[in-house]
Design a protein. Structure first.
Length: 184
């Protein structure tokens, strides 16, 4: 293993730490965080390519190549159906109880990559955690990119557990040229 690959694994761990300790609405942590390395990274890339082929989504195929060429991948997701209990209405329902009731109805009727509805506070928490994670990667000069597509594949593979409603992947690379930049 090269020194760069060794450090990328360390950076991935630091990114998971940054995501975990990012501020959370009402101090409630609903994040699900995984760090993939070794054979797990190509498995995610393979599943993403399969989904891209099946659904005819070109950018899934492009992203699968990026993930396959990565040294590690940080997955950050949330249990978005865990309500904050403030009845803000941002989820589209008048009350948190109404959203919870709708979530229970949809529990086993998954027709989209992510499950909804999702609490807006939990989605903000997820965004803040992603920002904290990529900031950490940047501070350590690890090339990275937040990928919706990789999160879809991670959920599809069951890597995030059954309670994860939304996830994103952050593949990492340390080469002489950023593999996430001039993408075809």
């Amino acid at each position: 293993m090269t020194p760069e690959k060794t450090v990328v694994a360390t950076v991935a761990g630091l990114m998971a730490l940054a995501a975990r300790t990012a501020p959370k609405g009402k101090g409630v942590d609903t994040l699900i965080i995984r760090v993939l390395s070794g054979k797990e990274v190509p498995a995610l890339a393979t599943r993403l390519a399969e989904l891209g082929e099946r659904e005819g989504i070109g950018f899934f195929l492009r992203d699968a190549k990026n993930i396959a060429a990565s040294d590690a991948c940080v997955l950050v997701g949330a249990r978005g159906d865990t309500v904050a209990g403030i009845n803000c209405g941002a989820c589209g329902f008048a009350t948190c109880a109404d959203m919870t009731k709708e979530c229970k109805k949809k529990k086993n009727k998954k027709t989209t990559p992510f499950s909804g509805p999702n609490c807006a506070i939990r989605m903000a928490d997820l965004g803040i955690a992603l920002g904290s994670a990529v900031k950490t990667a940047q501070l350590h000069n690890a090339d990275n990119r937040i990928m919706y597509s990789g999160g879809v594949a991670a959920i599809d593979l069951g890597l995030m557990g059954k309670d994860c409603t939304v996830a994103y992947a952050i593949p990492l690379s340390a080469t002489g040229k950023n593999i996430f930049f001039d993408r075809s």
